[in-house]
Structures are given as C-alpha cells and as structure tokens.
Design a protein around this ligand. Structure first.
Ligand code: WTA
Length: 655
C-alpha cells in the first residue's frame, strides 16, 4: 500500500508579479531563499534581531528532534514589541485598529490608545490575582477588547486561551478545564447576522462546571443587556464589569521579562474529529514567525490598511489580525460580523469606505461571493486594494481566478498561504514581488522553511503527489500539546519511523516541474478509486471550473468493483438550476477535465455544505451520508441543520 497520490489536474495559467509591485517591495531579490537555506541559524537570528529584546538570546536553535528550543537565553515581552516600541515613535498617533461592529458602530484605536488600554487591563488582571504562567480564557466577539485582553495577558506573562465566540457552552467548558483557566473574559453579547450571540449566557452555562475560574470579566457591548434573555444576571463576587475595572486601573504596567521559550498562548484546534488539542506556542519563536511572515508575505508599508477577516478565535486572527501586524506597526481593520449583513456587499462596502489595501480572507468566503454573484463587488470602488491573500483550505483555481478578476481587478497579486494552527505562521506562500503565481498553488516554502513530498517510507517524490512534510524546524512551530506531550510526538513526528525530525501536517500535496506545491487536501479525506489515490481538491476544482458551480465537496463511498466510488456534493451559483441534465453535464465535465476515473458516480445538489465554524468543509460527515451510515459527531459544525437535511435529500435520491 503506497501513499502516493495520483495527479489529475494540470493548471497552466501563470502570473508574473506586477512590475509596479516590484519597485519598493519588502523583499525584491530572490537571494533571500539561498541565504536562508545556506545558514538557517544565521537567517533566523537576523530575523530575531528585528525584535526588541530585554536580554539578547544566546543560541538561535537547539534541536533535539522532535523538540526545538529557539532563542534560548533571550528575554522579551510580546506586548512591548507590539506597542511600546511604536509609541516611542511617530507611530504613536497612527491607527492600530480600525474597528467596525456589525450594527455599524465604529471605533479607531491609535497605537497610543491601544497601549494605554493594554497597560490598564494588564493591571486589572493583576488585581484579580493573575500572575505569570496563569491561564486566562477569552470568549469575546471580534471587538478591540479581544486584542486588548490578549496583549494584556502577554504583558504580564499570563497564557491566553482564546475560544471562538461561536463555540457552545460545552466547548468553552472543556477548553477552560483542560488548561485550568483562572479568569474568563467575555461580553454581554456580540452580533452575528443581525442577531445577538449570547456569550455571557453561554459562559454562565459553561461556568457551572469550571472549578478553576475565580473571576469573570464582562465587556459591555450591549448597554442595557442585564436581565434580558441573551444575558441573564451578573453573579455577585464572581462577575465584574470590564469598564468599571478599567476606570480605576493605573495606566502603566511594567512588561514582564519573559523567557524566549515561555508559553505565550494555547489555542485549541479540534480538527475534524477527536478531543480538541491545546496547541502550545511560545514567546520569541512565535513572534519572530509572525513578524517576519507578515512583513514578507503582505509586503506591509506604513500607509497600508490591512484587513485580515479572520476571527481572533482562530490562529489566523492571532497571527495576522493581532500579533503580526501590530509587531510591524501596521493599521488593521477589525470587522465583527457576517459578510452578508445587512447585504451581500458588506465586505466590499467596508473595503471601499476604509480604503483597505490588503485583504486576507478564506476560500469558503470567496466561494460564497462567487455564488452570490459578480454584481455585489462591482458596486464598489475597490481600486485601493493592492494585494489579496487566501488561507484555510485549498483554493480551487476557478475561485482564485474569480478573486483575481472581481476583487483584485486583474491587478493585485494573490498570496495563497498554506499553514496551520500548529505552524503558528505562514509556511508555504508566494512573495508578492518575487514569485510567479499559479491558480491553486501555494507555490514554495518561504525563506527559512523547507518542505518535501514524501512517500509512506519517507522517500522524496520530486515531482508528483504524496504526503506533505516539513523537513526542518522553524521558530513558530508548536512546542507541545497542553498536558499531552505524547500526543505531540504521535500526531506530528511519528509518520516516518526513524525520522523524528520530519513534521507531518496531515495534508496530501503534489509538486510540479517548477517545484511548486499544490495542497490536495487532508490525507484522511483521500479517495481510493480502482487503486488510484486521488486528493479531494482536484476533483472539486474540476467541478468548480464549470460555470454553474460555486462550491463542491467530494467523498469516497464503498463500491463493489472500484473499491470506492465518488460522491459529489455541489452548490450552484445563483441563477443556475439543478436538474438531471445538469447532473450528467457535470459528470461528463469532470470526465473531460481530469479523466473518467474521477467522474463522480453520484451528484447531489445542495444550497449549503457542512462546514466547521472556521469554514472548512467537513467531508467526514459527507462520507457518513454517502455510505448511508448514522452521522458521526456533529458538534463542531457551524450549522448542524445543513447535514441532516442533506442526509434526507441523499436518501430520497437513492430510493
Ligand atoms: C488547510 C489555518 C490549502 C490545510 C491557518 C491545513 C490550506 C489546515 C491552506 C490548517 C492553503 C490552510 N491551501 N490548504 N492555503 N491553508 N489549509 O489549523 O489542510 O485552521 O492543514 O490553520 O487547513 O487549518 P488551521
């Protein structure tokens, strides 16, 4: 049994970096790749020297596979790197966060404003007994106080664990208990698609079984909420109002000198199955990764307006909404709500009004925009945009082309960035002024990173499909799983026995003749048709290439002869109708594009696909549907109704 993947799709479009972009780019010379690979320690040492250290590190890397220590001997403070060093300069009055709430409320915090609030909240946390090494849970809407709370923790050396505001009371409870958080920071509610998200009510439910929590700090997002259904009551002695605590707090808090390898935060990732893993990131390495990648990949300039649309509940929000941009002194947009509220052009309206120059979003959003239609972005002047980014899933080439044309005006380079919660920062991505891009490929590892495609025995596949591996340590890599050192080794460093230095991210990928990487999907999702192992991405991309299709997910289902047959779940673009004719057309279309082997046996049309709360398609549940099994765990789904109605539709079609 081999783990090689068949390569089906060939994509020949290629886009050179725009000449106008090259002038003045952060990295304009390709030497950087060679310099980095010639001496990894020197390269990362140079990047680390761009931070502000309290004590300079002694060694760059101590690598005892699979355990790395970066920048040992150094001490520093992350909040001082994100704030104090900017308020000493002319950036003091620059906008750090430009916030827009879903209802339309707006707030701009300068670096100085943010600095003062972080200092104050750091003092608040101290007054509640939080000290270095204690854990603080943050369960907030996407509002500036989320960044304030994170940075305040970093200032006093407390470890934050941000839990996405869309998670249930049970998920919050389990995460609080796993790392025994002492304080919870939440809000009286947030807004999503016009409704109130009852954060405090959910938190109250979680708090029935979280013995470690001593205090709950409540941010007031909805004045007058107390007593209403989404809020309930403050519990005396335990619950405290954020704004009251802040009023009395001193405005200076000495930043704690943290060791390079002290834990900065825990972030739980559930993947698609199993008990959530508390991914542990440490101070210096994480910040080096965040600062370096933000500067290089997004080519940040002082006058850019950078909008990363991710929530702080995900790693993308940690690294590219908070730590990376602030370490670089950038202006960030933070938008609380849904992209289709009150209308399906909210993102474009925000881009136009705030003058966004760099937009970083996810394929799931891009495919929704495609589905809604080209006229929504066309209503807005998006000419200030100069760079687009994508993250979270493989982006289908047609979605990439749509993004390029309808959002980027065929002008902006696209950086398709591959990385994970575990990697802490971007690993594989174009550099916008240097790398020619190909739709659907994340291109090549950034300077200082190295990846390969390996077969199951660990042999390299120079051209072709197989398992993605990262072959060298990098500063922002996870250090362990909170409370489960063994699971860290088993999950990430045990794929190739005898090679504890090889990191396995769990993704399948292929490499083309130019050495470009194409992520083919999670290996758990790989299809096996008549002995051919096929990544989900290529079949889905062939479907999305059809003008009627906005989004597609494919899974394997048991087949007597072929081993597996392919079942496709397809969402059509607005204006197209499902029909038996359309089904046959799509099957033939895939057959023509990538070969008869990949022709879906079943095609089911659906307005929605089951997704995780961060927008990733959950193929595991689609497999249950296709196999006619009982549905597995649906608790990590954004909308559990989607999958139950899909199951009914599928069964009706079968009978
Ligand atoms: C997938 C998000 C293809 C991949 C930062 C990875 C991608 C998982 C890309 C991590 C991309 C992320 N192209 N696939 N550009 N970016 N992925 O932890 O399967 O939420 O392993 O981190 O998302 O997801 P996570």
């Amino acid at each position: 049994m081999s783990d090689d993947l068949d390569v089906l799709l060939s994509e020949h479009r290629k886009f050179d970096p725009p000449a106008a972009f090259r002038a003045g780019a952060a990295i304009a010379s390709p030497d950087v790749y060679d310099r980095a690979s010639a001496d990894l320690r020197r390269y990362w040492g140079e990047q680390a020297d761009k931070l502000e250290w309290i004590t300079r590190y002694e060694t760059v890397l101590d690598w005892k596979p699979p355990h790395a220590r970066w920048f040992d001997g150094g001490t520093l403070n992350v909040s001082a790197n994100c704030l104090d060093r900017h308020v000493r300069t002319a950036r003091r009055n620059k906008a750090a966060l430009v916030f827009e709430g879903e209802p339309g409320d707006r707030r701009t915090l300068t670096y100085w404003d943010l600095y003062v609030q972080v200092n104050q909240f750091a003092n608040v946390l101290k007054s509640l007994g939080v000290t270095r090494g204690d854990r603080v849970a943050i369960y907030l809407p996407l509002i500036p106080e989320a960044a304030v709370a994170m940075l305040a923790c970093a200032r006093i050396g407390a470890i934050h664990s941000v839990v996405f505001g869309g998670f249930s009371p049970e998920s919050l409870r389990d995460r609080i208990n796993d790392s025994e958080c002492k304080v919870l920071v939440t809000a009286d509610g947030g807004y999503r698609r016009g409704s109130v998200v009852p954060l405090k009510r959910n938190a109250d439910k979680a708090l029935e079984e979280t013995p470690s929590i001593e205090h709950v700090v409540v941010v007031r997002r909805r004045p007058g909420a107390v007593g209403d259904e989404a809020f309930a009551e403050m519990t005396e002695g335990r619950d405290l109002w954020y704004h009251r605590l802040m009023r009395g707090a001193a405005m200076w808090c000495e930043p704690e000198a943290m060791d390079a390898e002290d834990v900065l935060f825990i972030l739980y990732t559930s993947g698609t199955t199993g008990k959530p893993k508390g991914i542990v990131h440490t101070t210096a390495g994480y910040l080096v990764g965040a600062q370096t990648s933000t500067a290089q990949v997004f080519d940040l300039k002082d006058d850019d307006v950078f909008w990363c649309t991710a929530d702080v509940g995900w790693v993308t929000g940690h690294t590219y909404l908070v730590y990376g941009p602030l370490a670089n002194g950038a202006t960030c947009v933070m938008y609380e709500g849904a992209p289709d509220w009150p209308e399906k052009d909210r993102f474009w309206e925000v881009c136009e009004r705030l003058g966004v120059t760099i937009l970083y979003t996810a394929p799931t959003a891009i495919r929704a925009f495609m589905k809604w239609g080209d006229h929504w972005p066309a209503r807005h002047d998006l000419s200030r945009l100069r760079l687009l980014g994508s993250v979270g899933e493989p982006i289908n080439p047609e979605a990439w082309m749509w993004y390029r044309e309808h959002i980027g005006g065929n002008r902006c380079p696209i950086v398709d960035t591959w990385w994970q919660t575990e990697t802490g920062s971007i690993v594989i991505s174009p550099l916008p002024a240097l790398t020619a891009t190909k739709p659907g490929s994340a291109t090549v590892p950034l300077p200082g990173y190295s990846a390969a495609i390996l077969d199951v025995k660990g042999n390299e596949i120079p051209v072709g499909g197989g398992l993605l591996a990262l072959t060298q340590p990098w500063p922002s890599m996870l250090r362990t799983i909170w409370g489960d050192a063994k699971r860290y080794v088993d999950t990430y460093f045990s794929k190739w026995p005898g090679h504890p230095e090889l990191y396995f991210p769990g993704d399948g990928a292929k490499r083309d003749d130019d050495g470009y990487f194409w992520i083919l999907g999670r290996v758990d999702d790989v299809l096996n048709v008549a002995g051919h192992r096929i990544g989900t991405m290529e079949v889905e991309s062939a479907l999305v290439e059809h003008p009627a299709v906005a989004e597609a997910a494919v899974v394997g289902k048991t087949h007597e002869l072929k081993g597996q047959a392919i079942a496709a779940f397809v969402t059509l673009r607005e204006g197209f109708k499902q029909s038996p004719g359309m089904r046959d057309e799509l099957r033939d279309f895939v057959g023509e594009k990538i070969g008869a082997i990949a022709k879906p046996d079943d095609v089911l049309f659906s307005a929605d696909l089951p997704k995780t709360r961060s927008g990733k398609i959950m193929r595991r549940l689609l497999r249950d549907i296709a196999e006619g099994r009982a549905l597995g765990d649906t608790t990590t789904l954004a909308d559990p109704n989607v999958v139950s109605s899909l199951k009914e539709m599928y069964e009706a079609q079968e009978s």
